[in-house]
Design a protein around this ligand. Structure first.
Ligand code: PLP
Length: 464
């Protein structure tokens, strides 16, 4: 009898053995996994998940930045069930459509604020953030072709950005580890540095001075490439997977001035930042810039089912629709009726519970005050928040902000202490980050901060 035919439930060891034998995980060292075994997550409720050994864990990363409405929402399961019983699938190719996809497109258009003369009346659907960014590349190229400027091919992005894992997504992203595997980036994608004040500011430079200087790296790059060859600039409002890198207030206005000056398209990748994470439905509203394309995924369904897409601004939509004829691009699951029905139910919950507003007026400021307090911990060089996401840097010397030797892996050490003590917190180098569900109460935040402090204390103990 093999493990699959033994009576349920499988033991943790049996699941780990099957896992290691058959399941290739994303972003995982499998030789390492085989020796240690995966942690098997079996259930969830509210802000907590449980593993197969019965350990309760506070999920301060909302799964993978997506479970904004929290776990255990029966309404979302019901929406999926009802839609599956009505119409589980039909495609939206060849002049067919379905009701949830239409309703969701209209809903998203109503939630995306108009900025200046730009508005978002159209949505293109995919099933993920990566696919959506691939679609962005296709749409941007098609746009410039239709305007008779096919030489505008270059998309500028930023080092340490994350825009997905497909060929185009990973190329748009600026992760050196990803570029090192598989000859990336693909041609016509180039990168500038990120606006990371803590690491890149000059001595004595203010945050605002640094923000303007960092934005001007875009202008330098445009001039180096040739302004007539640049198609678009893509950026996350704040860099999420890169470590919750929050730009100074002066950054985005200067970026806007530059993209306007050279007439290039602006893509706001809001796969993490939309749907309340920064206290708004869409994050471009928080920073006041005017994107032409907005990538979304993850929290549009609170991660309950895969769905992604692009909010296509009028500047691009008008050209694609009026001049473009058939756009030879799309996915089997573009506008999947079950995913769209779940998204509609999820947005209804977020509206009813005013989750973006809560982040802006209540739990966001409360988290900011808690992070200000944790900033005094001897291991913390800087602690910062934006909306309901936060990052802190572990340093060797608090006064001089001297960093630890990279090879020491202090971030992973701290992450291990979190994990062993019932908290999911992510490590990006020595930057510890969180993006908890937007449903947290003040008491939940207090409990999370207690666990974070405990992990910091244990890390400090291990280092001394
Ligand atoms: N863009 C951003 C900003 C992301 O954070 C991610 C994923 O974390 C992606 C794109 C890729 O999304 P997916 O993993 O759904 O393909």
């Amino acid at each position: 009898m093999n493990a699959l035919t033994t009576p349920n439930p499988l033991s943790t060891q049996a699941i780990q053995a099957l896992d290691s034998a058959h399941f290739i995980h994303p972003f995982t060292d499998h030789a390492d996994l085989a020796t240690r075994g995966s942690r098997v997550i079996v259930k969830s409720e509210g802000i907590y998940i449980w593993d197969s050994e019965g350990e309760k864990i506070l999920d301060a990363m909302s799964g993978l930045w997506c479970v904004n409405a929290g776990y255990g929402r029966k309404e979302l399961a019901q929406a999926a069930f009802d839609q599956m019983m009505t119409l589980p699938f039909y495609n939206s190719f060849f002049q067919t459509t379905n009701v949830p996809a239409v309703k969701l497109a209209a809903k998203l258009a109503s939630l995306a604020p108009k900025v200046g003369e730009r508005s978002f009346e159209h949505v293109f659907y995919s099933s993920s953030g990566s696919e959506s960014n691939d679609s962005n590349v296709r749409m941007v190229r098609r746009y410039w072709d239709l305007l008779g400027q096919p030489q505008r091919k270059v998309i500028i992005s930023r080092h340490n950005a994350y825009h997905g894992s497909t060929m185009a997504g990973a190329s748009l992203g600026g992760m050196s580890g990803m570029h090192a595997q598989g000859d990336l980036p693909i041609p016509n994608i180039t990168h500038i540095d990120q606006p990371y004040f803590f690491e890149n500011a000059l001595p004595g430079e203010t945050a605002d001075e640094f923000g303007v200087r960092a934005a001007r790296w875009l202008e330098d790059k445009i001039l180096a490439v040739g302004p007539d060859k640049v198609a678009a600039f893509i950026a996350e409002p704040i860099q999420g997977a890169g470590g919750v890198i929050i730009p100074p207030a002066s950054y985005w206005p200067e970026i806007q001035r530059i993209v306007d000056k050279y007439g290039i398209l602006l893509i706001s990748d809001e796969v993490i930042c939309a749907f309340g994470r920064l206290g708004h439905w869409f994050a471009y509203e928080k920073f006041g810039y005017k994107p032409d394309l907005v990538t979304f995924a993850k929290a549009v369904t609170s991660g309950y089912i895969p769905l992604g897409g692009v909010m296509v601004g009028d500047r691009v939509a008008k050209v694609l629709i009026e001049k473009g004829g058939e756009f030879n691009h799309g996915y089997t699951y573009s506008g999947h009726p079950v995913a769209c029905a779940v998204a509609l139910a999820n947005l209804e919950i977020m509206e009813r519970e005013q989750l973006p507003q809560r982040v802006k007026d209540d739990i966001g400021p409360y988290l900011a005050s808690c992070f200000e307090a944790i900033g005094t911990h001897p291991l913390v060089g800087v602690a910062e928040t934006c909306g309901f996401t936060a990052g802190l840097v572990l340093v060797k010397n608090k006064a001089s902000r001297e960093r630890f030797d990279e090879n020491l892996g202090v971030g992973m050490m701290c992450r291990r202490h979190c994990f062993q003590n019932g908290l999911i917190m992510r490590a990006v180098g020595d930057r510890m980050i969180i993006a908890p569900p937007l449903t947290m109460t003040h008491a939940d935040i207090d409990e999370m901060m207690r666990l974070i402090r405990q992990a910091l204390d244990l890390t400090l103990q291990e280092l001394t």
